[in-house]
Design a protein around this ligand. Structure first.
Ligand code: GAF
Length: 388
């Protein structure tokens, strides 16, 4: 969206002029799924679909949040209010309010009110992290407008805290990190345990990443996501009776072979196998990308999907249909579901000059099998949250 258009919308919503305009992207993850809360590696990047925000100061102590996506819904509270919103039509504001609450709790001076107009281009529930996008939008808005001396990675951590403690999803740090820290045309190879990271240029030559959205709505909080987190914690506790590991992804393949008897449970065994193998695949994928071996990168991405389907059990018929239809296309090197799963989106690495035919072919299979249409987007890899 254009800056002028957004400023005009702010003025229509609040009856006074807005001051500054911000953009916060969504994210995709090349590989390394469900590894962040297991202390493993992820390989995400930010995309040009995201959330716009317009800020305007107020000279009282009220905060007014206006969402163009929630049919112009407005949520208002005092700047020092610390409680999550509970009314169904207001809970969307918690992703923003949590950031304000936790920044103030840390002693950052945010002591007058403001208006914030929000307009998101990320379909809600598309698995492209609309939640981290708005958390980090609020982060960059408050940091900029109130001149907060806070490191970007600290804002990322507060984004995760908002998600965990204010919203109630026990998610890891990957989404907020990708949204807050990304660099144009790069993916981030992130160690989710130490938070060490490297930017890796996303060089795909004649290929591009196509995002395939199932258009099936999902709510991670209401799904089995927290259950997966608990199962991994259980597996870790069992392994810790003999091994000095502090996160499941620290388990080597050799240790998995030797110590899996401790798990002695079909579900825990499969969850752990996914974590161990996915972490290896992620490191292999980063190497393959660096070496320009896109065929191998594609195979690893497809193998990740299979592991998420059989071992982690977070796929579903919509995501499987997209991935399997993509694998059938000669122009596609690999495809997999991304994010928490159950619905949301998948990605495919596709030959650029065949991308339109690819979308048509996969879209046709999806429509036939699922009964409604999938959506396709070309992924443009952009910078993390910033002022426009
Ligand atoms: C969701 C979560 F928010 C992330 O933290 C991550 O666990 C992802 O699912 C799965 O890799 O997007």
């Amino acid at each position: 969206m254009k800056k002028q258009e957004l400023l005009a919308e702010f003025e229509r919503a609040f009856n006074c002029p807005g001051k500054d305009v911000f953009f916060s992207p969504g994210r995709i993850n090349l590989i390394g799924e469900h590894l962040d809360y297991n202390g493993g590696h992820a390989f995400p990047c930010a995309i040009s679909l995201g959330t716009y925000g317009v800020f305007g100061p107020r000279n009282d102590d009220r905060v007014e949040l206006y969402s163009a996506n929630m049919h112009g819904s407005v949520v208002t509270f005092k700047v020092d209010d610390q409680l999550p919103e509970t009314a169904n039509d207001k809970v969307w504001a918690n992703y923003l309010k949590g950031m304000l609450v936790y920044l103030r709790q840390k002693g950052y001076q945010i002591n007058h009110g403001f208006n914030l107009y929000i307009n998101g281009g990320l379909p809600y529930g598309a698995g492209l992290s609309s939640s981290a996008s708005i958390e980090m939008l609020m982060g960059i808005v408050l940091k900029t407008e109130f001149h907060l001396q806070i490191e970007p990675v600290e804002l990322v951590k507060l984004g995760q805290k908002t998600e965990n403690d204010f919203v109630g999803l026990n998610s890891g740090i990957m989404d907020q990190f990708a949204v807050g820290m990304s660099k144009k045309d790069n993916a981030i190879l992130l160690n989710c345990e130490t938070l060490q990271y490297e930017y890796r240029p996303l060089v795909l030559g004649d290929y591009e990443i196509v995002i395939m959205s199932t258009n099936k709505k999902h709510s991670l909080a209401g799904s089995a996501y927290n259950e997966r987190v608990n199962q991994c914690q259980k597996a870790l506790t069992k392994l810790q009776t003999k091994l000095g590991i502090t996160a499941l992804a620290q388990l080597s393949l050799e240790q998995f072979d030797e110590y899996s008897y401790l798990l002695n449970d079909d579900v825990l065994l499969r969850r752990t196998r996914h974590v161990v193998m996915e972490d290896r695949r992620t490191m292999e994928a980063a190497k393959a990308m660096q070496a320009g071996d896109l065929d191998k990168l594609g195979r690893l991405i497809s193998a990740s999907h299979v592991s998420l389907h059989y071992d982690y059990e977070v796929s579903g018929k919509e995501l499987d249909t997209l991935a399997e239809a993509a694998w059938q296309q000669p122009s596609c090197l690999g495809a997999r579901m991304i994010g928490g799963g159950f619905a949301g989106s998948a990605i495919a690495i596709v030959k650029k000059d065949a991308a339109e035919a690819f979308k048509q072919a996969v879209g046709k299979v999806y429509q036939q099998k699922i009964g409604y249409a999938a959506s396709f987007y070309d992924a443009e890899i952009v910078d993390g949250s910033h002022q426009l």
